[in-house]
Design a binder for this molecule. Structure first.
Ligand code: HEM
Ligand SMILES: *[C@@H]1O[C@H](CO)[C@@H](O)[C@H](O)[C@H]1NC(C)=O
Length: 361
């Protein structure tokens, strides 16, 4: 009897117990959406606009540009020189920051994203907008992690000081020191360079805009870590550009900085560890890019709107060498473990086409 009573009261209490586990979601004023934090409700309309009108061609030029902007805004902070980090200053103070050599090409990105940033400036600050667009850009790239997003960054106060954005012709030592000064370990730096899996260059060799860094620039896969470890044999356009070294596949470009990070003893084993490990890349890139989004910000004052960021499509392939290339083309750099032996993709040597440009339409 007593047992039966205890059982029935447990059953009655069950919904309340479950309620503690499944946190309630606030229904938004639009009557359609719901969010964990009510302050995030205003972002659904922005998300819809960006997904339908900016990232409608998937993981292409606009998405790549939005991700690059995340970095170029956030890294504008230094313990000595100052700067506000992920504050939107690259947009608001573009008249200053676009004069920095390392921001070459960001003018194109702002031409594409700027109208959206302006349109929604009554809803979000420039700093929040840039990080939101970056998180959403990843949601259209198969294989990317579902990254966290928080809002509440104040408006930027001033332009970033110059010389804080790494250049592709910087040494490994200089790159690691720059990131180290704002709290990023070598492991986190290499993880962040997973971004170059969905990327290309317009301005390193201006004769060939949209030249991808790996053979799959519309997929967030580990190919960048594979391709960059292969022996370079050609320039996709003209040789002799600052920050560029030879690449192994026609139509792709290799940055000198990626090349050196894959070979320097400080980072080569880390680089290699991502080549065959999609899961590790997703986890560590996701954490590091979120950390980037908090630079210069008081994290405790920000509101978690991560539930606005959709899950990206899954990665369905598996790591492999480009057609006609194999383990014998690897420039082994890590001294303590061998580069993984991967299958070679079938077919004749690739000629990777350029990434169609957002402003071509
Ligand atoms: C050592 C640090 C880095 C260096 C030296 C570097 C350098 C470059 C260069 C030179 C370009 C080509 C720009 C052009 O000519 O159009 C580029 C593109 C890009 N970078 Fe990086 N980068 C670094 C780190 C990062 C990080 C941390 C991210 C993001 C988290 C990132 C995301 C991108 C993306 C997405 C593009 C492609 C942009 C597009 O296709 O329009 N990069 N990077
Ligand atoms: C670029 O800066 C100018 C002022 O220098 C400003 O009017 C414009 O809105 C800025 N662009 C963006 C995208 O914020």
């Amino acid at each position: 009897m007593a047992f039966k009573k205890a059982l029935s009261s447990l059953i009655i209490a069950l919904p309340a117990v479950l309620g503690l586990v499944v946190s309630p979601r606030a229904t938004c004023p639009d009557g359609v959406n719901s969010a964990k934090n009510a302050q995030c409700c205003s972002l659904f309309q922005v998300r819809e606009d960006l997904l339908e009108n900016l990232f409608d061609d998937g993981c292409g030029d606009a998405a790549h540009g939005a991700l690059r902007l995340v970095f170029h805004d956030a890294i504008g902070i230094d313990p000595q020189a100052g700067g506000g980090g992920a504050d939107g200053s690259i947009a608001t103070f573009n008249a200053t920051e676009l004069t920095f050599h390392a921001n070459t090409g960001i003018d194109d990105v702002l031409d594409t994203l700027g109208p959206f940033l302006q349109k929604w400036s009554h809803v979000m600050t420039p700093g929040d907008f840039i990080q939101f667009a970056g998180a959403l850009s990843l949601s259209v790239c198969a294989g990317a992690p579902q990254v966290k997003f928080v809002m509440g960054r104040p408006a930027p106060k001033a332009a970033s000081p110059p010389d804080l954005v790494p250049e592709p012709f910087d040494s490994v030592q200089k790159i690691l020191a720059r990131f180290g000064s704002v709290g990023f370990s070598p492991e986190e730096v290499v993880a962040l360079l997973s971004s170059h899996s969905v990327a290309g260059a317009d301005d390193v060799d201006p004769s060939i805009p949209g030249t991808p860094f790996d053979i799959t620039p519309d997929v967030f896969d580990t190919q960048i870590f594979i391709d960059v470890q292969l022996r370079g044999t050609l320039f996709p356009g003209t040789g002799g550009n600052q920050g560029e070294v030879q690449s192994p596949v026609r139509g792709t470009m290799r940055l000198q900085s990626d090349h050196l990070l894959a070979r320097d003893s400080a980072t080569n084993c880390i680089w290699q560890s991502f080549a065959n490990n999609q899961k590790k890349m997703q986890t560590e890139f996701g954490a590091a890019v979120f950390k980037l989004s908090l630079l210069g910000q008081n994290a405790a004052a920000l509101t978690d709107c991560s539930d606005l960021i959709p899950a990206p499509p899954p990665f369905t392939g598996s790591p492999s060498f480009p057609p006609s290339l194999s383990h014998t083309d690897v420039e082994q750099a890590c001294a303590t473990a061998a580069f993984p032996n991967l299958p070679t993709q079938p077919g004749p040597p690739l000629v990777v086409p350029p990434i169609p440009q957002a402003d071509d339409s």
